[in-house]
Design a binder for this molecule. Sequence first.
Ligand SMILES: CC(C)(COP(=O)(O)OP(=O)(O)OC[C@H]1O[C@@H](n2cnc3c(N)ncnc32)[C@H](O)[C@@H]1OP(=O)(O)O)[C@@H](O)C(=O)NCCC(=O)NCCS
Length: 192
Amino acid sequence: MRDRRLILTRNIAVNEIPIAIDVSKEELGEDYLAEKDFLETINTPSAFCKVITYNRQFAGFAICQVFGPDKVDKMLHLPDSPGKDKLLSKEKIGLFDAVAVSKAFRRLGLGTELFAACNSEFSTREVDAVCAMAWKSVDGTISTEGILRRMDLTPQLEIPGYWNQMVDSPGGHDCPICGRPCKCSAVLYYKG
Ligand SMILES: CC(C)(COP(=O)(O)OP(=O)(O)OC[C@H]1O[C@@H](n2cnc3c(N)ncnc32)[C@H](O)[C@@H]1OP(=O)(O)O)[C@@H](O)C(=O)NCCC(=O)NCCS
């Protein structure tokens, strides 16, 4: 049983980046995030990274981006669609970019807490839409589906093979579930 008093969320510190990278490699794949992806979230209006600890142990992280409609293509690589049009009509968009909780700490509500902490940071930064590209595994599972639904984000469109275009690796993304190239999809979730 989890004890809520043991859960803490805060902005990442530079000395936590190596452990965050370890969690990322394990949960999102070896080639998905590098040190610079975390460094670029520190002290900037255009991004932030929240970490969550349980009983003082590092349990997971969430990288989020904040951007305007001019960056929708660069950030999201979406095909023309009503979902993309919704984003293009907004002034300031918050993106749940990369979220991972270490397997040892799963199903304790830490993922839910991380998303909630990021959502309140989005409110502080006055975004007028929130979105996520949710990982839909080859077996059809979207592990963030319940969290996103409870936060009133709704699915807009699904893009097969999406993660291969989000990494520089030759041969595509090295997925921790299905290998290289990744055969999983992404589903755009949106609230605005
Ligand atoms: C998604 C993730 C962050 C959830 O973390 P968590 O701490 O277990 O989350 P919670 O305890 O708050 O549980 C939230 C929900 O996730 C579900 N869940 C957690 N791990 C899961 C898994 N591996 N497969 C399916 N569902 C999972 C829980 O059952 C719960 O379901 P519900 O919302 O329908 O009640 C975590 O599973 C993870 O890091 N997954 C791998 C990376 C990933 O998918 N990142 C998101 C990319 S969009």
